[in-house]
Design a binder for this molecule. Structure first.
Ligand code: UDP
Ligand code: MG
Length: 327
């Protein structure tokens, strides 16, 4: 049981979010103040914004917020490292000065109203609380259906995922510390976190529309994220390839037997079209197979390089005046 009032860190990764940031911080502050007033969390709880190499005024806004208030912490990454790495940077830095973390998008799509419910679960002894989208009405038809297809394919291929959960989650200190021990460089947090174990729970929320600005996940980025997620957690595509190879070879075996029989007992027909189909089909399958194997080899390549996940250019992680928040 968690008896002492815990310091909560609300972590926002932000990439070109100057239009949405102020609104999000204002909303999160209300939620945080309410939790402090109801004696659920420590008065030293804070909001940590991670600037993931923004090109707009995100960092200026963050700095102004930090200078004018006590409850804002900032981390500026040296360039754009991507959403997952920005989340990891936020978790790693925040956990140094907090007891529990909640990560959520900077555009208010992850409804902050469920935060207090998540904190309740933590206070009841859960280490991880997954926020799950109960409905995706606000997403476009394409996003909704592609996401559903992704969760279905991923689970069929053996990737353990909480359906309709992305990166809106609460994690206790020990869960974050365990996560930080996972050595991989290709991050797919929604599949990595369930591997950590510990008691967990889910809460559901309705995903709202982005409050301002545009999505930072265009189709190309979304597709590569999906392929990355699956190939980081499942070798089933490689096994399927093997079975597909056997299947195709047996078709070729039937073809050979048929041709031999035709030759022995009749007039062999000039099979131009079947020849062409075979060439194209096998060529295509070969390329697909190489592509799948190449994806895994690429992963081995990036993992063996052991490059750091991010570099911090500047950070303000400590409280400015510690006396103010003595509890
Ligand atoms: N984000 C980030 N780095 C990136 C892309 C996105 O830190 O390279 C942040 C972004 O600012 C937002 C969150 O990740 O807070 C989710 O991005 P977005 O809302 O654009 O994704 P969508 O909701 O459209 O899937
Ligand atoms: Mg969004």
């Amino acid at each position: 049981m968690n008896s002492k009032k815990p310091v909560l860190a609300l972590i926002l990764p932000a990439f070109n979010e100057d239009e949405a940031l102020l609104k999000t911080v204002t909303k999160l502050r209300q939620i945080k103040m309410d939790l402090i007033e109801r004696q659920k969390v420590n008065a030293a709880s804070f909001i940590l914004i991670v600037d993931d190499g923004s090109k707009d005024d995100t960092y200026e806004i963050m700095t102004r917020l930090y200078e004018s208030s006590q409850d804002i912490r900032t981390v500026k990454l040296s360039r754009n490292f991507g959403h997952q790495n920005a989340l990891m940077a936020g978790l790693k830095e925040a956990i140094k000065v907090s007891d529990l973390t909640i990560t959520l998008d900077a555009d208010l799509q992850d409804n902050p109203d469920v935060i207090s419910q998540m904190v309740e679960c933590y206070l009841e002894g859960k280490d991880i609380v997954y926020a799950v989208r109960s409905n995706r009405e606000s997403d476009s038809w394409f996003k909704k259906n592609s996401a559903n297809a992704f969760y279905r394919v991923a689970s069929w291929l053996g990737v353990e995922l909480i359906p309709n959960h992305a990166d809106f989650r609460l994690m206790s200190k020990r869960a974050v510390e365990a996560l930080l021990k996972l050595p991989e460089r290709n991050l797919f947090l929604r599949a990595m976190v369930p591997r950590v174990g510990f008691p967990s729970d889910t809460v559901s929320y309705v995903r709202s529309k982005r409050q301002a600005g545009e999505s930072k996940y265009p189709l190309k980025k979304m597709l590569s994220f999906a392929v990355d997620g699956i190939t980081s957690f499942s070798v089933k595509p490689l096994q399927l390839l093997f079975y597909l190879g056997i299947l195709i070879s047996s078709v070729a075996g039937i073809e050979i037997t048929y041709t031999l029989l035709e030759k022995a007992f009749g007039d062999p027909t000039a099979g131009w079209s079947s020849l062409m189909i075979s060439i194209w089909l096998l060529g295509g399958l070969n390329l697909t197979a190489f592509g799948i194997i190449g994806t895994y080899i690429g992963k081995i390549f990036t993992e063996t390089k052991r490059r750091p996940l991010f570099f911090i250019e500047e950070e303000h992680i400590e409280t400015k005046s510690t006396q103010r928040f003595q509890v």
